[in-house]
Design a protein around this ligand. Structure first.
Ligand SMILES: [Zn+2]
Length: 99
């Protein structure tokens, strides 16, 4: 049982390697069109809109892979955090009332 002993001696290291591998898999995005792995920032002006949107696009063929404009998502995230804060405050208050 040599392999079992080796695993047992470095359990933390083994877990760390696993998480690194998952992160790498997520980072290695593939273009749907040309299967390229290189992406760059670009700006797209949607029809009928005044403000260009930052996008992530394939460096080879220009296919848009995602939207980078983080302003609306940051706002929604802040709202989520605020509601979580409010929830935590309610729990804290309820616990204080119990004691
Ligand atoms: Zn491409």
């Amino acid at each position: 049982m040599h392999s079992a002993v080796a695993l047992k001696s470095h359990p933390g290291m083994h877990m760390h390697q696993g998480s690194l591998f998952r992160e790498f898999q997520m980072a290695a995005a593939t273009c749907l069109k040309c299967e390229g792995h290189a992406f760059e920032r670009g700006r797209v002006l949607p029809l009928g809109e005044q403000q260009a949107v930052s996008v992530l696009q394939c460096a080879d063929c220009g296919t848009v892979a995602g939207i980078l404009d983080s302003q609306p998502s940051i706002e929604s995230l802040q709202q989520q955090v605020a509601s979580i804060d409010a929830g935590i405050m309610r729990i804290v208050k309820a616990m204080q009332d119990l004691t």
